[in-house]
Design a protein around this ligand. Structure first.
Ligand code: KIV
Length: 273
């Protein structure tokens, strides 16, 4: 009897990520919001796929992440989960689904897991949302924390500038990182903070720390897939490396198609029945 497991890639779990940190292997994480992209990202060997609430920026054209609803997130996360075999699928809890009311938070996290098939949730904040983190963890749901620039708080911050440059904010961030580790979060995202602080945090806690605009001294990196593939060349923060120029590739292809249609070169005799 064949077990047929020879070519099957090993599923990434929260335990895999912990082992990777312990062994010094960097963790590659990228966003995806739909089935087709998830298949490509997963097939390439990504460790974590994040169904970020940045979906509402890049998919729906909203200026901030605040408008994203739980139903919209469930839809995107379900599409991604369907297209993923190996990577750990983490979905963002949208703004307003976990702040303030810890009972509502666990109810919303359960819905997100149950209705989408994602394997963990990510939530933004530290001590202020401690009770929600505890409740969600107590339901057996793995939680990835997110500190530093937390885009759902853009109106409190007054913009998307670098966070924790001042001593007091840096100290609070380090304390929050230790708190989320102690509570049992399986990983932490640090966004747009000084590289030296991010490295200090990664060395101070045992759970994997994934950075975006947080330098190289952390345990892994995350980017927004549409940004790193160059689909929106208007967005060029310092931390972003462009791995492709899909804006040019797609626009050139579209011009080519329009020209072929208008000149009657498409479809050719071999492209019809
Ligand atoms: O929503 C998102 O894409 C994120 C990443 C930028 C970390 O939270």
């Amino acid at each position: 009897m064949s077990t047929n497991t020879v070519d099957k890639p090993r599923k990434v779990t929260t335990a895999t990520l912990r082992k990777m940190k312990n062994e010094g292997e960097k963790i590659a994480m990228l966003t995806a919001y739909d089935y087709s992209m998830a298949r490509l990202v997963d097939g390439a060997g990504m460790d974590i796929i994040l169904v970020g609430d940045s979906a509402t920026n890049v998919m729906a054209g909203n200026a901030t992440t605040l408008p994203m609803t739980l139903d919209e997130m469930i839809y995107h996360a379900r599409c991604v989960a369907r297209g993923t075999e190996r990577a750990l699928v983490v979905a963002d809890m949208p703004f307003g689904t976990y702040q303030g009311d810890a009972i509502a938070a666990v109810h919303n996290a359960v819905r997100l897991m149950k209705e989408s098939g994602c394997e963990a949730v990510k939530i933004e904040g530290g001590a202020e949302i401690r009770e929600s983190i505890e409740r969600i963890l107590s339901a057996g749901i793995p939680v990835m924390a997110h500190l530093g620039l937390t885009p759902q708080s853009v109106n409190k911050f007054g913009g998307y500038g670098i966070r924790a440059k001042e001593e007091a904010e840096a100290e609070k961030l380090l304390a929050d990182a230790k708190m989320v580790e102690e509570l049992g979060c399986f990983a932490l995202v640090l966004e747009k903070i000084p590289a030296a602080l991010a490295e200090k945090v990664a060395k101070s806690i045992s759970i994997p720390v994934i950075g975006i605009g947080a330098g190289s001294g952390v345990d892994g990196q995350v980017l927004v897939v549409n940004d790193m593939l160059g689909m929106n060349q208007g967005f060029r923060p310092k931390f972003l490396r462009l791995y492709a120029d899909l804006q040019t590739v797609i626009t050139d292809s579209l011009h080519h198609y329009i020209s072929d249609v208008k000149s009657l070169s498409f479809p050719s005799p071999t492209e019809q029945y």
